[in-house]
Every structure is written in structure tokens, then in C-alpha cells.
Design a binder for this molecule. Structure first.
Ligand code: HEC
Length: 112
């Protein structure tokens, strides 16, 4: 019995480590497709001109967010917007995209 617990513990730990690694490790190519399916209606990827939301070209080269000039552009602040959306008209993607898909989109945003 005790042995089983240890097994589950080690295996669970490995799974968890895998999930965390994956989340940090987005695939920008997949992110591009996901962006076109989910974000492109409201965001330009190739310019800073606003559509419904701000144009996202050069997002990670900017110091602060266009939508909240008090916030720096970081993985955390951008992922928060993707997760929670904004009352100003952006839907939340936390339940619509998997953690891996959101990491992929984030990786793609960094290439803009
Ligand atoms: C229905 C329209 C809509 C969709 C779809 C949408 N967004 Fe947005 N997004 C907005 C709006 C509007 C804002 C500005 C929010 C504000 O001013 O608080 C915004 C803001 C942002 C910002 C902050 C940019 C900045 O400089 O402040 C990021 C990053 C972002 N969206 C990424 C995404 C991603 C990635 C997706 C797809 C997974 C997406 N958005 C889908 C409307 C949308």
C-alpha cells in the first residue's frame, strides 16, 4: 500500500513538472493559427492600428500595455488579459483555450 502511494506521488510530480514546462514552452507556429481563429477578428497582428482592440504588432517591445498604461508588458500581465479578457470588450479565453494553447498564443505574440 505504502509503495503505491510513493509511486503515485512520483508519477504525479512528473506529470505536474511536464505540465509546467509545457506551459512555459509555447509553440509560436501553433499560436499563429490559434490567433487567426480566435483573436484576429479584433486585433491586427501586423500593425499597431486598433480594430476592436489595440493592434498587437511589437507588443512585447512596448514598455506598457496600451489598454492599461500602469501595467508593464510581461508574460504575466498579457496572460492575465488572455485568461480574463476585459470589460472593455475582450472575451475571457481561460475556458475556451487549453493552457497549452494559451501558451502557444503567448509565444506567437512575442514574435510580433
Ligand atoms: C471581441 C474582440 C476581441 C477578441 C476576440 C480578442 N480581443 Fe484582445 N482585446 C480586445 C479589446 C477591446 C482590448 C482592449 C481592452 C481594454 O482596453 O481594457 C483587448 C486587449 C488585448 C490585449 C492588451 C493589449 C495592450 O497593449 O493593452 C492583448 C495582449 C490582447 N487583447 C490579446 C488578445 C488575444 C491573444 C486574443 C485571442 C486569444 C484576443 N485578444 C481576442 C478585444 C478582443
Amino acid at each position: 500500500m505504502k509503495k503505491n502511494y510513493i509511486c503515485v506521488g512520483v508519477f504525479g510530480g512528473l506529470l505536474l513538472a511536464g505540465a509546467v514546462l509545457n506551459a512555459a514552452d509555447g509553440d509560436a507556429k501553433k499560436g499563429k493559427d490559434l490567433f487567426e481563429q480566435n483573436c484576429d477578428v479584433c486585433h491586427n497582428a501586423d500593425s499597431t492600428d486598433a480594430k476592436v482592440g489595440p493592434g498587437l504588432k511589437g507588443l512585447f517591445k512596448k514598455e506598457n500595455l496600451t489598454s492599461d498604461s500602469d501595467k508593464k508588458v510581461t508574460d504575466t500581465t498579457v496572460m492575465e488579459i488572455i485568461n480574463k479578457g476585459s470589460p472593455a470588450g475582450m472575451p475571457a479565453f481561460e475556458d475556451q483555450l487549453s493552457a497549452q494553447q494559451r501558451a502557444d498564443v503567448l509565444a506567437y505574440l512575442k514574435t510580433l
